[in-house]
Design a protein around this ligand. Structure first.
Ligand code: TXE
Length: 483
């Protein structure tokens, strides 16, 4: 797939002076082969997109919520109608199994658009506070050109989670997907043209983060940035946008604890813990990579968990029986392997996994890694403190409730946590005491899209979801009239 920038509803592969843009080779994670290319865009291309979005803003921001909701619903219909092509492209580009791309990523893209199409129609944009002789009311207005930057783990799912509310609120958009996974954004731009989205409302520019991404974050005419990616990069985004006082929403890394108490529903916990540890090759910021098991349950847990982890199939992404596909890039595979080596150096015990999976041709050069379980690490070790973002989990014990909370909270991240217990008091106390943005009790990755989603500490700033996204993607003006 030869991807081109999508600017003003045109696919553009050249600089403004007509010279072809340099191309970045896109490597397929399952084979390590080149599967296409994307443009290496820079500040000029970002500026072209911003000017197109600026030009489209007056008309688009004046449309009614009904008209915008109708566009979002038609985009959702197009996503459903093209789900197979989108799921295959996502799998080919990111390495995840096709069945996971279909039922997790692409299904959620359509849901994101439908959700915000209805949310914008329910929004009470004028809160009035009448007093005797003084009328106070609040206007909610679109902000302008929204800069949306998305990562490579759930490419179109997370990009749509930003595009949908941004457009619903009347903003126009310049999006910059991860250079590792740009294919579904390109396919999505074709759907936008198909539904007749006016030119310049949605623009997508491809390229490296420190070039195109950096140019978008520091563009003076982009007053709002929604970013999902690494904690390190989040800091750069804050610094680059600081001179402009931009509105920022940052959803960053996580190092989420899974607290497993002896009184839990063991089978339900086990089933869910295998998913929350290794789903999407462990490349979900909400994965639970730190498992804390109550001492009395530990022997039974370890035996069962290791046995079932070994049975998880790492295979060709197109096969329905593959639970895990390939990691997103060679560099990421090496990074995760580096953590496993460090774990060994720091006295950790590899209970299973730890090696690259060897698959037959044409997958022998793919970035496949066995699901890995590491025990007996000190709490201050790198694998327990740092985000690995791969199919690697650590096991630790606790004996007291208080100890489980202290261990869960002792990392710099604060995105989410999961608690397995049948004791209501314990569950409620844990939810109160865990310093994270989201707590799951006896489940994982289930939530109503109206709740605020995001992290605290090094996991980010701000919340998106339901009304919180609408708050973020609008500016409010308070009007006070004396009569
Ligand atoms: O993120 P990056 P990456 C974590 C995970 C992963 C690490 C790095 O630990 O190993 O982040 O992953 C763009 N200015 N998460 O490399 O680099 C970049 O092009 C502006 C957790 O994907 O942060 C891409 O579009 N933009 C995360 C996006 O930022 C810049 C999911 C994310 O890239 C930029 C993914 C810059 N200076 C990784 N540098 C989650 N919370 O879900 C890069 N980008």
């Amino acid at each position: 797939m030869e991807i081109k920038n999508f600017i003003n509803n045109q696919w553009v592969g050249e600089h403004a002076n007509g010279k072809a843009l340099e191309k970045i080779a896109n490597i397929g994670p399952a084979t390590g082969e080149v599967i296409g290319s994307l443009p290496r865009s820079g500040a000029d291309e970002i500026n072209q997109a911003v000017q197109a979005a600026k030009k489209a803003f007056p008309d688009w921001s004046q449309t009614t919520a009904e008209i915008r909701a109708d566009f979002l619903n038609r985009l959702a219909d197009q996503v459903d109608a093209n789900a197979e092509a989108l799921a295959n492209a996502e799998s080919l580009d990111q390495g995840k199994p096709v069945h996971l791309a279909r039922q997790m990523d692409i299904a959620r893209v359509a849901k994101n658009f439908r959700f915000f199409a209805s949310a914008i129609l329910q929004e009470t944009s004028m809160a009035t506070h009448p007093q005797k002789g003084l009328l106070n009311y609040v206007l909610k207005k679109p902000v302008g050109v929204a800069g949306l930057i998305s990562p490579w783990n759930l490419p179109l799912y997370l990009l749509s989670w930003k595009i949908a509310p941004a457009l619903a609120c009347g903003n126009t958009v310049v999006a910059k997907p991860s250079e590792l996974t740009s294919m579904t954004a390109h396919l999505f731009s074709q759907l936008a043209v198909k539904v007749g989205l006016p030119a310049g409302v949605l623009n997508i520019v491809y390229g490296y983060g420190n070039e195109a991404g950096q140019a978008l974050v520091s563009h003076p005419e982009v007053p709002i940035i929604s970013f999902t990616g690494g904690t390190q990069t989040g800091q750069t985004v804050i610094q680059s946008s600081a001179p402009y006082f931009k509105k920022l929403s940052l959803e960053l890394g996580g190092k989420n604890a899974n607290l497993i108490f002896a009184d839990c529903d063991f089978e339900a916990m086990m089933e869910s813990t295998l998913r929350s540890s290794f789903l999407n090759q462990g490349e979900i910021c909400l994965c639970n990579s730190r498992l804390y098991i109550e001492e009395s349950l530990y022997p039974r847990f370890v035996e069962e968990f290791v046995q079932r982890t070994i049975k998880l199939k790492v295979g060709p992404p197109a096969e329905a029986s593959s639970f895990m596909g390939a990691l997103v890039s060679r560099a990421h595979l090496e990074k995760v392997m580096g953590f496993i080596q460090t774990a060994k150096d720091q006295g950790g015990k590899i209970l299973c996994g730890g090696k690259k999976s060897d698959l037959p041709k044409p997958f022998s050069d793919g970035f496949f890694l066995e699901p890995t379980v590491i025990a007996d690490l000190p709490e201050n070790s790198a694998c327990i403190q740092e985000e690995i973002f791969g199919p690697v989990v650590t096991l630790s014990k606790f004996s007291q409730f208080r100890e489980s909370i202290e261990k869960a909270n002792q990392v710099k991240y604060g995105l989410s946590a999961t608690v397995w217990t049948q004791d209501l008091t314990k569950a409620l106390a844990a939810a109160e005491q865990l310093s994270v943005g989201t707590v799951w009790v006896n489940t994982w990755m289930q939530r109503d899209l109206r709740v605020p989603f995001g992290g605290q500490k090094a996991s980010g700033v701000g919340r998106e979801g339901g009304h919180h996204s609408i708050e973020f993607f609008t500016e409010s003006t308070t009007v006070n009239i004396k009569y």
